[in-house]
Write a protein that binds this ligand. Structure first.
Ligand SMILES: [Cu+2]
Length: 175
């Protein structure tokens, strides 16, 4: 009864190979999750895209880079056809900074090449990404989700300055 379907020895060997590959992939997923803290987004934060400019965190005068009470840097941005607002931000090298970005109209993407900043900006939701810029320089911030006729021109500038000039420019309120 135990050998209703005879399995060819070669077939059996490939079953082990497949099981090994699956174990390897599962191992890679657990390794990156437990050791490198690579996780899918954990919290969902919603916002009304039609009114976000009228008050609160995403009001025009609140946008830009600022230092929170606990000393953590935070960049608050709005993506809207066709640009990121503010159009230019100044951030220090080597310090963790949390980006919070929301769309005022349609689906956008925020991508800064050569960094890990790459997120969709879905209307109705706040996207949060924390990163550290390793080197001073000027980086483009591009939209990588087609959002309309002006999509090709939707980009802003991230200026990463050395830590010395960041300290010299204190107090760091606004941009
Ligand atoms: Cu776009």
């Amino acid at each position: 009864m135990s050998n209703l379907i005879p399995v060819h020895p070669l077939e059996k060997r490939w079953i082990y190979v497949v099981l090994g590959v699956i174990a390897l992939f599962l191992g890679a997923i657990f390794y990156t999750a437990l050791v490198h803290q690579v996780h899918p987004p954990g919290a969902i934060e919603t916002i009304d895209s039609a009114t976000l400019h009228l008050g609160g965190e995403f009001a025009e005068d609140k946008l830009g880079v600022r230092t929170d009470a606990d000393g953590h840097l935070r960049a608050t941005l709005v993506a809207a056809r066709y640009g990121f607002y503010p159009r230019e931000i100044r951030v220090p090298e080597g310090l963790p900074i949390t980006f919070r970005i929301a769309s005022a109209d349609v689906l956008h993407g925020m991508h800064v090449p050569m960094t890990n900043l790459d997120t969709m900006v879905v209307p109705g939701y706040v996207s949060t990404v924390t990163t550290t810029f390793p080197k001073p320089g000027e980086y483009p911030m591009l939209c990588n989700e087609y959002c309309g006729m002006g999509h090709d021109h939707m980009w802003s500038k991230v200026i990463v300055v050395s830590r010395e000039s960041w300290k010299a420019a204190a107090p760091q309120t606004g941009r």
